[in-house]
Design a protein around this ligand. Structure first.
Ligand code: GLU
Length: 297
């Protein structure tokens, strides 16, 4: 039983789960809950637990944060398979996946700045809100081939966006997209509201959505364990998995850890770091209990 009061869902025998933090800071109680959840499911399944460092964004991620996260997880009593996958060492694999989509005409370069997009969205009036804000208005999708070539030729910085309409036309599953949530059954998941999402950023030649799907497939993850704040992204992940021929994992989204007043514990809301709890003299068992897993799963 986790702190959220819900029993752990039952994983299939031999399940491979993972914890995939972005090393942008110290591990906090919410992260610890997520790691313990994935670890507990793998143990229950007699399976395997993996750690993956999602560090493609060099401007926000630091090796010292990754090292501190690993140290805190080990202190909590968790063990994972080695070697740990670090996304920054696999950029060529993400590039190859992007090339496969580009070869099918499913990507286009987008030269817009954030300010230009905001202006266009405002001018269009009440654009419907997608899961990550208003969908991109499609400005660069409508560039002429010559205009696109000119801008590429002079090296203008650009992102790569998925042409959502073309992608949906290429991969329309009978009955629509869906995913299997452990213990809950099949849930419908429509990627269309994301619109033309960025799959390679201007500053980082990949994106969270692409890398997470690539790596779950590459590492043989069979149950994606993560917080339910990421559940809406699953619709887009099912589309990418289908387009790229990657296997469909099961999903186990856990409720976010909340404090006694019911507020979710996230770093930006001042959730205590594992470091600070250690420094105040709490031991691993006490901190595991605060994170909802007194018996280590
Ligand atoms: N790296 C992501 C994060 O720290 C989590 C990715 C995932 O579990 O799908 O929010």
């Amino acid at each position: 039983m986790a702190a959220t009061g819900r029993p752990l869902p039952s994983p299939p025998t031999g399940a491979v789960t993972r914890f995939a933090p972005s090393p942008t800071g110290l591990l906090h109680l919410g992260h610890a809950h997520s790691a313990l959840f994935g670890h507990a499911l793998a143990r229950r399944a007699g399976g395997r637990f993996l750690l993956r460092i999602e560090d493609i964004d060099a401007s926000r991620c630091r090796p010292e944060h990754a090292a501190a996260i690993e140290e805190d997880l080990a202190w909590l009593g968790l063990a994972w398979e080695l070697p740990v996958r670090r996304q920054s060492g696999h950029m060529g694999e993400y590039r190859a996946a992007l090339d496969r989509l580009a070869a099918r005409g499913l990507l286009y370069p987008c030269f817009c700045t954030r300010a230009e997009i905001a202006r266009e969205v405002a001018a269009a009036g009440h654009a419907p809100h997608g899961p990550e804000g208003p969908p991109y208005p499609g400005t660069c999708r409508r560039l002429s081939p010559a205009g696109r070539e000119t801008r590429l030729g002079r090296g203008d910085p650009h992102a790569l966006r998925l042409d959502m309409a073309a992608a949906l036309a290429e991969a329309p599953p009978a009955g629509g997209f869906s995913f299997e949530e452990l213990g809950r059954g099949r849930l419908p998941a429509d990627p269309a509201p994301f619109g033309d999402v960025v799959l390679a950023r201007k500053d980082v030649p990949a994106s969270y959505h692409l890398c997470v799907c690539h790596d779950d497939a590459a590492q043989g993850v069979t149950v994606v364990t993560r917080g339910e704040d990421l559940k809406p992204a699953t619709a887009l992940h099912r589309l990418l998995q289908t387009l790229l021929g990657w296997p469909e994992p099961l999903y186990a989204h856990h409720p976010l850890l909340a404090d006694a007043a019911g507020r979710r514990l996230a770093k930006r809301d001042g959730a205590p770091s594992i470091r600070s709890l250690r420094e105040r003299g709490h031991g691993p068992a006490a901190v595991r209990a605060m994170a909802g897993f007194p018996d280590r799963g």
